[in-house]
Design a binder for this molecule. Structure first.
Ligand code: SF4
Ligand code: SF4
Length: 410
């Protein structure tokens, strides 16, 4: 067989197996897998393998191996590939910088485009919501009911309501993300309170659309590109210079999209914005004691901030918390352990998600903190649900809400 015949043979085999050859950028990810020296370090740190065992989740090294297998075995990896939370712990500890979260996204992309029959039904359903509403959740039918739910949440937290601002030419776009827009509305409102407090020239978008991360996690690149294009058009129309978010996933995803597509617009989590643009000294002038006693809090570090954005964001969280009078921060031994809520694992396999978070819950209880705070509405929901199931009375707050609550004068 000459070279030409060999290529034809490979092409035909791939066609029969319903596989497309890798693109140039995909080849870079595939090559990174070739760097693996089989040391097994990642396996010892993977929160999913630790929670459910190597029989159910072969771990990062196993995923890397799947990528280099023949097509039938490659497709047979689907029961494992949807259990990765994308936490990035494996990439962080790998001595050869093998980028497993990227490998997982690549495999999910290829399965979605070439063997959609292998994508779990729960993820197809999730994607249908995204395709229909451009949001990760089914939006409220009735705007009055949505407003009523928001007002109840604000009343419970003793926070005021500030009317939305949509203004061309504003400096900052406040982008709340789907969870804060449709579910944890108090996070969206708390961010507005903070931005108003420091006279930030900000705007919201007229119509919220998802940042595209759920589409990437399902593997639907067409939808992902459509969503980021809509957002870019909104950014251009508004003429904003910066994006501020309150969600860990939105922060890391929009940062990546902005860098890849040369948007030339920085994306900040609100904690970064507070420390870098406003300054801790200025913020501290607005803070007052939360209660009539010292409040013991512990912090959960979202993977999408510490491993996909920068660890400095959590350093900022501690600086801001330490600036609140009468707040004592106690560290949980699992503060930077994945909570099991990422990678759509909570949608696809809630049983796995619940086992992963158990270690976080055990460690949180050990701190004797009365509150746990985290700068991400998705992590907040995941931890809150698990503490509730556990019968714990530890309060759970999104850190954006916690900061807004600590402003002097409410
Ligand atoms: S990204 Fe996290 S869950 Fe996925 S394989 Fe790596 S360590 Fe495990
Ligand atoms: S830590 Fe990196 S080099 Fe070691 S087994 Fe895992 S992927 Fe391979």
């Amino acid at each position: 067989m000459d070279e030409e015949e060999a290529y034809a043979h490979v092409r035909n085999t791939l066609k029969e197996e319903r596989m497309m050859p890798f693109s140039t950028s995909e080849m870079e990810v595939v090559r990174s897998v070739g760097q693996c020296i089989n040391c097994g370090t990642c396996l010892n740190h993977c929160p999913v393998t630790r929670a459910v065992g190597v029989e159910r989740f072969t771990g990062p090294r196993g995923i890397a191996v799947e990528l280099s297998r023949s097509p039938p075995e490659y497709w047979s990896s689907t029961d494992r590939i949807y259990l990765c939370t994308g936490c990035g712990t494996c990439r962080e500890v790998c001595p050869k910088n093998v980028d497993i979260p990227n490998v997982v996204n690549l495999m999910r992309r290829r399965i979605f485009s070439q063997r959609p029959d292998l994508v779990p039904q729960s993820l197809h359903q999730q994607n249908e919501i995204l395709r229909k509403h451009n949001l990760a959740f089914v939006p409220w039918d009735d705007p009055d009911e949505k407003a009523e739910s928001r007002n109840m949440r604000l009343e419970r937290l003793d926070l005021p309501f500030i009317k939305d601002k949509i203004r061309k030419g504003a400096e900052v776009l406040f982008y709340p993300g789907c969870q804060a827009e449709e579910r944890a509305q108090e996070v969206r409102e708390a961010a507005k309170i903070i931005l108003e407090r420091f006279n930030v020239d900000y705007t919201l978008v007229e119509k919220m659309t998802c940042c595209s991360l759920p589409a990437i996690l399902v593997g639907d690149m067409e939808k992902s590109i459509e969503l980021s294009t809509i957002l870019k058009k909104q950014i251009d129309d508004l003429g904003v210079k910066k994006i501020v978010t309150t969600c860990a996933g939105c922060t890391s995803n929009l940062n990546e999209i902005a860098a890849r597509n040369n948007w030339e617009i920085p994306v900040y989590h609100i904690l970064e914005f507070l420390v870098e643009d406003i300054g801790v000294h200025e913020v501290s002038k607005a803070l007052s004691p939360m209660d009539d006693h010292t409040v013991r809090v512990t912090v959960h570090d979202p993977c999408h901030l510490i491993r996909h954005t920068s660890r400095r964001v959590l350093e900022y969280a501690h600086r801001l918390l330490n600036a609140i009078p009468d707040v004592e921060v106690v560290e949980s031994s699992a503060h930077d352990l994945c909570c099991g809520g990422g990678g759509l694992v909570g949608r696809h396999s809630p049983d796995v998600s619940r086992v992963i978070v158990k270690e976080n819950i055990r460690a949180i209880k050990e701190t004797s903190a009365e509150r746990i705070v985290t700068p991400c509405p998705l992590c907040t929901a995941q931890i809150e649900e698990s503490l509730f199931r556990d019968g714990s009375d530890i309060e759970v707050d999104d850190l954006t809400v916690f900061i807004a609550q600590s402003f002097e004068g409410g």
